[in-house]
Design a protein around this ligand. Structure first.
Ligand code: AR6
Length: 173
């Protein structure tokens, strides 16, 4: 991994000028609240249609997996949708599934020649994953991926929305 390959910022992921942003979606891919709702509002109809097509053809996206669509009206060219785990107390493989959500998103990005990618803090909103544990899992999944794979990815940005996540990620980065 090169220096400065990972960045932490506080802000709105829909505004990021990167090749791809990651959406903390759900298995249906048919939209929702939180960052998913914000991404769909900003991206518009093309994103909704692309998600519906994957829903109809593949049944959506299983927890821990990832799919890629157009970015529609977003500054980002692509959206990578992943479904993070719902927190159910920690004994239902939540940690492993969260790690997979990050690594499978990166793998799909690399397969598509993506150079810059922004992640939200997957599962730490509506899905209730404890933020400190999630931040450690996210950073180590990204560091492991970058260290173990020679890919197109030049920059990974963690876009934190709330102050608590921002402080946790600043501490780790
Ligand atoms: N930019 C960046 N981060 C954001 C934004 C934004 N515009 N808005 C919220 N966040 P959540 P989850 C942060 O609830 O926990 C949806 O209904 C937020 O502060 O969006 O994975 C889906 O359809 C939090 O830190 O996603 C699923 O059903 C992080 O994004 C479900 O919610 C994730 O919070 C997924 O729940």
């Amino acid at each position: 991994m090169k220096n400065n390959q990972i960045q932490v910022i506080q802000g709105d992921i829909t505004r990021q000028k990167v090749d791809a942003i990651v959406n903390a979606a759900n298995e249906s891919l048919l939209g929702g609240g939180g960052v998913d709702g914000a991404i769909h509002s900003a991206a518009g109809k093309a994103l909704e249609l692309a998600c519906r097509k994957i829903h109809d053809e593949k049944g959506g996206c299983k927890t821990g997996e990832a799919v890629i669509t157009t970015g529609g009206n977003l500054p980002a060219k692509f959206v990578i949708h992943t479904a993070g785990p719902v927190w159910r107390g920690g004994k239902q493989q939540e940690a492993e599934l969260l790690s997979c959500a990050y690594s499978n998103s990166l793998r799909l990005a690399a397969e598509n020649g993506i150079k810059t990618i922004a992640f939200p803090n997957i599962s730490t909103g509506i899905y209730g994953f404890p933020k400190e544990q999630a931040s450690k899992i996210a950073v180590s999944a990204v560091v492991d991926f970058l260290n173990n794979n020679k890919t197109s990815i030049e920059k990974v940005i963690f876009v934190c929305f709330d102050q608590e996540n921002y402080e946790l990620y600043k501490e780790l980065a």
